[in-house]
Each structure stands twice: as structure tokens, then as C-alpha cells.
Write a protein that binds this ligand. Structure first.
Ligand code: F3S
Length: 398
């Protein structure tokens, strides 16, 4: 791989041990994937934040690093709401370790807002063709597919290395030829809202890590594309998808239709909504409802606020979003919380150990449906936002 004189000096340790380690990781990845060079990236989003997932070894690794990031960098969700962790039932020891992780990242100049939807925040508003180094799979999918920016699915250490160096290795989804669709998916029915998460849940299992191009009826909104991409990345490992006539690269490029074509039918979507026998025969009763996977957009908060306004709910319900969006839309948060639901920031139902305190969860996200049973050991069932709110035991106060 070609390195500039400055990059060679960095690799020789002339600018300190942390930068040396960081560029070493990028060069090693570049060598493995046959990158020709390092390229500048506009921003980084760094996974490996929850103490639940990185533990003491991760904390030690981050704490040893010195220096400052060269580009805007932000964190993935942590293991708890950084302000309301006690209310979530988080143990003080976990909270202390989680705060140490956040502090270690802050010393490196990383913005300590913890979210999987950085694209809603200032400084992270990528454009078509921008090169990024993002980690979280739904954020990667949104950046590549909905925005048309270019990022591989970075691991925590490689995203952090990219943030410190300001560059990443030029391979994978940074290259035109890797962005071409290789499988066509025809969706045989009209969809709306959470149906897109169900579609991603079904299609991801078939597509695996390939790049699909969907042809579908109607024009999904960006929130619907967000939920589709998150589920595709979780039940499969899709980091980039196209939708004919909808996503920016599908509109601009004249992609040849791939030879392999699969058809997804209405019945396959409906099956995702069917609860397992344990729910149906009453052995399992939903004791928590979570929405906001990926973190809610302002429009999603608005929909939830309208559905909950003037009502109260009987069960635990989390509405996950980023702290910045919650602060910006405090009026919507107030409406949601006046029903008894909690607007939970900085974290989510998958990466927080607080989710493990429940037995059965209802979700409106295909990604959460794929991950909650394995990562939280909690049974999960699927519903639309309206069904989720109904399941929360809503009572009209008016
Ligand atoms: Fe985000 Fe957590 Fe879902 S990180 S995409 S809310 S699993």
C-alpha cells in the first residue's frame, strides 16, 4: 500500500505511540484487503462503548491512548442513560466503569454523545460520495444506502484509529465496483412503517452480506429505509442496499439488473408479526415495550407523542433516542413521558444490561427482534408502533 512521507513517519512512531498504533491498524487492514492507499474521512462513529460489550480489557485499551482525534468523532450507544441510570436499575459498579469509558473517549477529543443515528446531529451530516469511518451496522447502512456516502463497517478499534489519523484504508465500500448490486429483491406487496423492519428481517437472512437492489411498490420514507437497513444488517450482514427509484445511487447509476432475483411475499412479512407459541398460550407475558432501534428521529418522536398524548400506559416502555434530539425536542419528550413511558438516551434495549431484567419484550424493530433474544436473553415479539403502544396497556385519560 502506498504511504505518503507523513504517513510513513507516523508509522515509524515520530508522532507518538498512540498514532503509531492507530496507523498500524489501518495499514494492516489495508494490506489484508489490498487497499492502494489511505484516504481522508470526514467523520468517525466509534462502536465499543458499552461496558457490557467491551469490559475491562476495552476500557484499559482506550485509557492507554493519548492525543486528540483529527476529525469529528462520536460514540455508539453506551450501556446506560448517562443521567438516569439509577432509574434504569443499573448497578453502581457498572455505572462507574461506563463513566470511565466515556471519560477516556472524551480525553481523546471525541464527542461523548452516544448514538447509532449520528446523521441527525450537526457535524455528522454526510453527503453523497463522502468517505466516512462509521462502526454501528445500522448507521453504516444508512450512510451507504440512504445518504450515498461511503463507509465500511468499521470495528471499534479501526474507527477510533481512523478518527486519530483522520484517514482510513481505501477498500470495500469506498470503491465504485464494490457498490454494485449483485442480487435483486422484488417485494410483492405494499408496505408501511414497521413492515420495512419485517422485510429487512426476512430478506437479510437470504441476502447475507451481499449488496441487494430492491424493487418495491411505493416510496419509503427515510425512517422506513432506516428500519429496513438496520434489520438487513442484523439478520444478515448487509452494509449497503439500493432501492430502485428511491436511494441516491440507484437513481444516478444505471445498475445492471443482477441475474439472481428473489421475491418477498406479503405472507413472509406477516409471519414476522406472529408471536411465538409461548406468547400465544400465555406462558410469556410482555413486561417491557421498547421502540427506537435505531434511535428515534424527530418525526418518530412526534408520531409516538401524538399516540401517547393524554393517555397513560401500564407497562414499562422505553423510547430510545439520542440525548441531543431529546434535548432539541423537549416538548415531545414531555408529552411522551407524561404517559409513563421513559425517553431513554445514550443507550438502547440491546446494549444496556438493564434489558436483561425483563422476560419478554415487544419491539417495532427488525434489528431488535434479531438481537434481543441472543444478546439480552429476553424473548421478543414484533409489532407496529400502534401495536406496541396497545401492548403497553394504554388508558385514555380524557
Ligand atoms: Fe441502535 Fe441499539 Fe438498535 S445501537 S440500531 S438502538 S440495537
Amino acid at each position: 500500500m502506498y504511504l505518503t512521507k507523513e504517513e510513513e513517519k507516523t508509522l515509524e512512531g515520530e508522532y507518538g505511540e498512540s498514532l503509531r498504533k492507530a496507523i498500524e491498524i489501518l495499514v494492516a487492514l489495508g494490506d489484508i484487503y489490498e487497499a492502494d492507499s489511505l484516504i481522508p474521512v470526514k467523520s468517525a462513529q466509534i462502536a465499543g462503548v458499552s461496558y457490557k460489550t467491551i469490559g475491562d480489557a476495552g476500557l484499559e485499551w482506550i485509557s492507554d491512548l493519548k492525543g486528540k482525534v483529527k476529525i469529528p468523532a462520536i460514540l455508539n450507544p453506551a450501556g446506560m442513560d448517562m443521567l438516569r441510570w439509577k432509574e434504569m436499575g443499573i448497578e453502581p459498579n457498572f455505572a462507574r466503569k461506563q463513566q470511565e469509558i466515556i471519560d477516556a473517549y472524551e480525553r481523546l477529543g471525541i464527542r461523548t454523545k452516544c448514538t447509532c443515528t449520528p446523521y441527525y446531529l450537526e457535524g455528522f451530516d454526510a453527503k453523497l460520495g463522502d468517505h466516512l469511518a462509521w462502526s454501528e451496522s445500522s448507521a453504516v447502512s444508512y450512510a451507504n444506502s440512504v445518504i450515498g456516502a461511503r463507509t465500511n463497517r468499521e470495528g471499534g478499534p479501526s474507527a477510533l484509529s481512523a478518527a486519530l489519523v483522520g484517514k482510513t484504508a481505501n477498500y470495500g465500500y469506498h470503491l465504485d465496483e464494490m457498490r454494485e448490486p449483485v442480487i435483486a429483491v422484488t417485494v410483492d406487496c405494499e408496505l408501511s412503517g414497521s413492515d420495512y423492519g419485517a422485510l429487512g428481517y426476512v430478506a437479510g437472512k437470504i441476502i447475507g452480506s451481499r449488496v441487494p437492489i430492491f424493487s418495491m411498490k411505493g416510496h419509503p420514507s427515510n425512517d422506513e429505509l432506516k428500519t429496513l437497513g438496520a434489520a438487513l444488517a442484523a439478520s444478515g450482514a448487509v452494509a449497503l442496499y439500493h432501492v430502485e427509484g428511491v436511494t441516491p445511487e440507484a437513481i444516478r447509476s444505471n445498475f445492471e439488473r443482477p441475474d439472481e432475483n428473489i421475491v418477498i411475499e406479503k405472507q413472509q412479512i406477516e409471519e414476522v408479526y406472529e408471536a411465538s407459541d409461548e406468547f400465544m398460550d400465555g406462558k410469556l407475558d410482555t413486561d417491557i415495550i421498547t421502540v427506537g432501534c435505531p434511535h428515534c428521529s424527530p418525526e418518530e418522536l412526534e408520531t409516538i407523542a401524538a399516540l401517547l398524548e393524554g393517555k397513560s400506559i401500564q407497562k414499562e416502555m422505553w423510547v430510545c433516542t439520542s440525548r441531543e434530539i431529546a434535548q432539541r425536542y423537549a416538548d415531545l419528550v414531555k408529552k411522551i413521558e407524561s404517559s409513563g413511558a421513559k425517553v431513554v438516551c445514550d443507550t438502547c434495549m440491546v446494549v444496556s444490561p438493564a434489558a436483561n431484567n425483563y422476560k419478554a419484550m415487544m419491539v417495532n424493530s427488525g434489528k431488535a427482534l434479531a438481537y434481543v433474544p441472543s444478546m439480552c436473553r429476553v424473548a421478543a415479539r414484533y409489532g407496529s408502533i400502534e401495536q406496541c403502544i396497545k401492548e403497553a396497556g394504554v388508558i385514555d385519560e380524557n
